[in-house]
Design a protein around this ligand. Structure first.
Ligand SMILES: *Cc1c(COP(=O)(O)O)cnc(C)c1O
Length: 508
């Protein structure tokens, strides 16, 4: 097996040969080491061989690695984000990377600008252009490019440095040349918009020679350095040295336990609670159970606080008095109404996460709101989100948002059941039998929700209007909904939940 150092030597020889081949031996081509999905140890091998520029594609995974390396004292690496960038990941990317090569639409540019921390220099940006004529590949079209370049230039926290492109995998030489030439011609056409001579990031393991022949300034190489990538990502198991503990083994703990089991073996989990008979089902799955909360903390690295809010203060006190250094533990509380501030103060650590799952999490269709305290690192977040991924959608946000999501999604299933009951009662009133009424109502809600999720380009109002012809039956029904105060009803419903949340926070 060849080492990373040997692989790097070979890649540098390939780059030099390619430059010789096109008669430009003096030209400099930067090697970007693409370390996505690869562990820190391998990044450090490339670092030891002299490499400093690294590329990553998955924001959460990358932020964890970047933070870890900075903690270890490696501060002179330059990080390039090269993957498709989702809106909800821009903050993480703006805060961790030196360069983003995959800017391909205005909203992403705007968000990166707005979210780039003042403590860091402007973020270097390359605009990604789709040069492969594959519609599913990312990148703006050549037609969208000038507008996007103008926008990036106008944003003070961004610095436009170049263009990035990906050629079609498996393309023949002629097609590669055409793609790479397109990118170079675009960079020349809009040359005056760039801070300095525009850099071209093009070429990967399989096509770096053609890219260099067409004028590439930077090749992005993963496979030839680190070997083939394994997907899906390493499981949380590799990230945990200790155990996961649940304080309290009730309904929600059981639900989270199932999600955690998708990542860990049952032997890695401890559950504590006062009534061993209620924990028997965990034991029969192979997990450790105990009546002592402090014993559950032994060699735990992640602790879920799953007791009722009323007993939480006592439990926190007990854990804090147990004598263990609690800062080595990531605490995840599912107690409603308990602010992070209170939990952190009681435990003396700010590595605390609040979560608010809802009951469809039992079947992997939940919405879990998450809120992180200041001591929670990117590694902690990534671990936490992996452990909870089996329950459905994770929605990180502020504590205020958590309460809102609690009212909409936590209580929401009950509101929806109430609506289903009412609809089904009407179906029965008009002669459907109860079973048929239930199936028909169920399928209608499922169908409408799925249709909505698959029609994101249309607003909910547009979807509603598509069912409603003027003067028709739906129209009449909707008018009755308005006449009977439907909006007011929903507003009052959500407001009552929020008021009660605030009240409980005050009482607890
Ligand atoms: C993964 C990736 C690479 C590296 O590809 P290899 O074929 O492994 O060299 C380069 N560029 C982008 C944008 C990537 O996502």
């Amino acid at each position: 097996m060849s080492s990373i150092r040997d692989n790097l030597t070979k890649i540098h020889l390939r780059i030099d040969a390619a430059l010789q081949g096109c008669g430009r031996p003096e030209r400099k081509v930067t090697l970007l080491c693409v370390s996505k999905t690869k562990p820190i140890e391998q990044i450090l091998e490339a670092y030891a061989a002299g490499e400093r520029e690294f590329g990553e594609s998955y924001a959460t995974e990358a932020a964890a690695k970047i933070e870890k390396l900075r903690e270890l004292g490696y501060t002179d690496l330059r990080w390039h984000f090269i993957g498709p960038l989702q809106k909800n990941k821009t903050r993480l990317v703006a805060g961790h990377f030196d360069v983003v090569q995959s800017v391909d639409r205005p909203e992403v540019a705007q968000r990166l600008n707005d979210q780039r921390p003042d403590t860091l220099p402007p973020l270097e940006v390359m605009v990604q252009v789709n040069i492969s004529a594959e519609s599913q590949k990312s990148g703006c079209t050549p037609e969208q490019l000038p507008g996007l370049l103008d926008l990036v230039c106008s944003l003070p926290r961004l610095r436009l440095t170049g263009l990035m492109g990906i050629a079609r995998e498996g393309a023949e030489e002629a097609e590669l040349k055409k793609s790479f030439d397109t990118l170079r011609e675009l960079s020349l056409q809009y040359r005056e918009k760039f801070a300095a001579a525009p850099l071209l990031s093009m070429g990967m393991t399989s096509d770096l020679e053609s890219a260099i022949a067409c004028g590439s300034d930077m090749v992005r190489i993963g496979t030839a350095i680190f070997g083939a990538r394994e997907y899906p990502h390493r499981q949380a198991q590799d990230e945990l040295r200790g155990r996961v503990a649940f304080i309290g083994g009730g309904n929600m703990s059981s639900c989270i336990y199932e999600s955690v089991l998708k990542q860990l073996k049952p032997e890695q989990i401890t559950i504590s609670g006062p009534h061993p008979e209620k924990l028997a089902h965990f034991q029969s799955r192979g997990s450790r159970i105990t009546q002592s909360n402090t014993a559950a903390l032994e060699d735990a690295e992640v602790v879920f606080l799953g007791v009722k809010p009323q007993v939480l203060p006592g439990v926190l006190q007990e854990l804090a008095a147990g004598g263990r250094d609690l800062s080595s533990i990531l605490f995840i509380s599912m107690a409603a109404g308990f602010r992070l501030k209170r939990i952190s103060a009681a435990l003396g650590t700010r590595r605390v996460v609040r979560i608010m799952p809802n009951t469809p999490a039992k079947i992997g269709q939940g919405v879990t709101a998450l809120c992180y305290d200041e001591g929670v690192s990117a590694t902690d977040r990534s671990l936490c989100e992996k452990l909870l991924a089996g329950m459905g959608l994770n929605v990180p946000g502020s504590e205020e948002q958590l309460n809102v999501i609690g009212a909409i999604c936590g209580c929401g299933p009950a509101f929806v059941f109430r609506f289903m009951e009412a609809l089904s009662a009407q179906a029965q009133r008009h002669g459907l039998n109860p079973e048929l009424a239930r199936s028909a109502v169920e399928q209608t809600l499922l169908g409408a929700a799925l249709l909505s999720s698959q029609s994101r380009a249309q607003s909910l109002a547009a979807l509603r209007e598509a069912v409603t012809s003027k003067g028709g039956t739906t129209f009449a029904g909707l008018q009755a909904m308005s006449a009977h105060g439907f909006e007011d009803l929903i507003q009052a419903t959500v407001q009552a939940s929020l008021d009660r949340t605030a009240e409980l926070e005050g009482l607890l």
